[in-house]
Each structure stands twice: as C-alpha cells, then as structure tokens.
Design a protein around this ligand. Structure first.
Ligand code: NAP
Length: 286
C-alpha cells in the first residue's frame, strides 16, 4: 500500500496497436489528458517509434510486445501493467488486421487472422483487463469498430463479421460490467488514411475517389478527429454513456440516400464551401 503522503498515481491507459495510425493518435490525446500509457502490439519497432513520439510530449510509456490473438501474451502484458503502474483505468481495443478480397477468395487462414485479431483480441484484452479496471475509480473501455458491422462490408467480409461481433461485445459488456462501474463504448471511424489502410485498403487513386465519393462530407477523416471521440468516451465527461457506438465518419454510414436525388441538383452557389479536415482547426494528431 502507498504511504499516506504519497502523491496520487496518474491514470493509466492501454492502447492496443498504439504504436501506429489511429492508435498512436489516440495515445497522444490521452497523454495530453495526463494518462500514463501502455502501447501493445506485435512489432517492437512500431512500439518504440510510437513511444519515442509520446515521450517527446512528456508522457510516461510502457511498451509491451504481444499478439492479441494469444491469450497468454495478453495476460503477460496485463501482468506487466500491474507491476509497472499498479493500475489500469482505460483500455482502447484498437489493434486490427484487414485486407481487401471478395469473400470467395478469403482463405480460412486469412479469415482466422482477421477475426482472431479483431474479435478474439478484443475479448481477450477486455477479459484480462477486467480485474484492474474493476478496481479503478472511473474505468472504461473504448473499442474501434467500423460501420460495415451493421451495413455491409463487400470486399472485407472477415472484418465486417468481426467488427459486428465487437459491436455486440461492446453492448453486452456494457450491460454486464455496469455493476462494476466499467463503461464500454465504441467509436466507428469513417475512412482515414493511415500507413495500414494505405497499404491494405486505399490501394489506388480509383479506390480513394470511390471512397470519398461515398462520404457525404466528401473527404477522408483525420487521426485526430477519431482520437477526439475516443478521448471523450474514455473521459469522465461521458460518465453516463455506456454501450454506445459513436460514428465519426463524415456521414459515411448514412450514404447518399436510397434514391440519391440530390446528386442531380447543383449546389446552391450562394452557400459556403464544406469545412476542411479538422473543421478548419489545427490537426493535433500524434
Ligand atoms: P493500422 O494502421 O492497420 O494499425 C493496426 C495496428 O494494430 C498496428 O499498430 C498493428 O501493430 C496492430 N496489430 C495488428 N495485428 C496485431 C496483433 N495480432 N496483435 C497486436 N497488435 C496488432 O490501423 P488503423 O488504420 O490505425 O486503424 C485503427 C483501428 O481503427 C482498427 O481497429 C481499424 O479497424 C479501425 N478503423 C480504421 C479505419 C481507417 O480508415 N483507418 C476505418 C474504420 C475503422 P503491429 O504491426 O506492431 O502488430
């Protein structure tokens, strides 16, 4: 037990896949909010590069290499968090794998890889984190999902099925763990250009154009726009929100309507132009 005059310890957030992309942007805003951090993913190179950037912003960072598909590695990471920090307040299940392929060409191995990272990994991390979260003063979990979990994900059947499972898990854990004070929510990003998605999904200018055409706001999102939503849901400002999925997608999941009538009508020339990325504000993503 800490001596009575010991300073209170800082809250701790674990971000899976926190060394790159959206995970790093999320870790960055949590660091700004005073969290000590744990970054966990397979590649030590990703973890060290991410940790260096966060330490440059004044954060204390523990890195823990793991594959979220392997429960014993997840347990080892949670043990490391316990011995390094002694507490865990926020878990962000952000790690994912994805690749584009028609369903009939997804091999059983490809299927198992994506479902294993996204769905099994989210469950294993949540389950292992539960005892420390339960002991925290205002614990929460935020899962990263995608709108094709409830619309359709042609070209990513594995990821769509896995993310649908994560949405169901989000709502189920929200109800089960409400009695322990643990809030469980999800953020559903629209398309955002990251190293991972540029390599696996937005593989040509034609794809980029098709994707932006499908977003009513007509553009990709930024990592900081996604991170701000995670920051809110993780914080005490969202203290009465649980089991919710917050779409941060420029209206993508709504599409352009079944009849797409507006597309034949020219915009009002007197109306102002749509806002640029970040609503015209500075992009503060990590
Ligand atoms: P990303 O760039 O592909 O990053 C994925 C992260 O997951 C990497 O840091 C990777 O690190 C980690 N990871 C992959 N396999 C892992 C495993 N088996 N065990 C542990 N960590 C693993 O993805 P992103 O674009 O930043 O997306 C972040 C989240 O947002 C994902 O859940 C994604 O599905 C969701 N999302 C993204 C978009 C988008 O347009 N970017 C849209 C909708 C939803 P290592 O390589 O070091 O393991």
């Amino acid at each position: 037990m800490a001596p009575p005059d010991a300073p209170p310890s800082r809250p701790v957030a674990l971000v899976t896949g926190g060394g790159t992309g959206l995970g790093l942007a999320i870790a960055g805003v949590l660091a700004d909010d005073g969290y000590d951090l744990v970054l966990a993913s397979r590649s030590d190179e990703h973890l060290q590069a991410g940790a260096d950037r966060l330490r440059g912003r004044g954060a204390r960072v523990l890195t823990s290499p793991l594959d979220v598909r392997l429960p014993e590695q997840v347990d080892r990471t949670i043990d490391a968090v316990r011995s390094e920090y002694g507490r865990l307040d926020v878990l962000v299940n952000n790690a994912a794998g994805n690749f584009a392929a028609p369903a009939e060409r997804i091999s059983p191995n490809g299927w198992r890889a994506v479902v294993g990272i996204v769905l099994d990994g989210t469950f294993y991390c949540s389950r292992a984190a539960f005892p420390m979260l339960r002991a925290a003063p205002a614990p929460s979990i935020v899962n990263l999902v995608a709108s094709y979990a409830w619309t359709a994900g042609p070209g990513t059947a594995h990821s769509a099925a896995a993310k649908a499972g994560v949405v169901a898990l989000t709502r189920t854990l929200a109800v089960e763990w409400a009695r322990y004070g643990i809030r469980v929510n999800a953020v559903s990003p629209g398309p955002v250009r990251t190293e991972g998605t540029d390599r696996q999904l937005w593989v040509s200018e034609a794809v980029v154009k098709a994707v932006t055409d499908g977003v009513p706001m007509g553009r990709f999102g930024t990592p900081s726009e996604i991170a701000e939503a995670v920051r809110f849901l993780a914080s005490p400002r969202a203290s009465y929100i649980t089991g919710e999925v917050l779409s941060v997608d420029g209206g993508q999941w709504l599409g352009k309507g079944a009849l797409r009538l507006l597309e034949a009508i020219a915009p009002d020339p007197s109306a102002s132009a749509p806002p640029a990325a970040g609503g015209g504000q500075r992009n503060s993503g990590a």
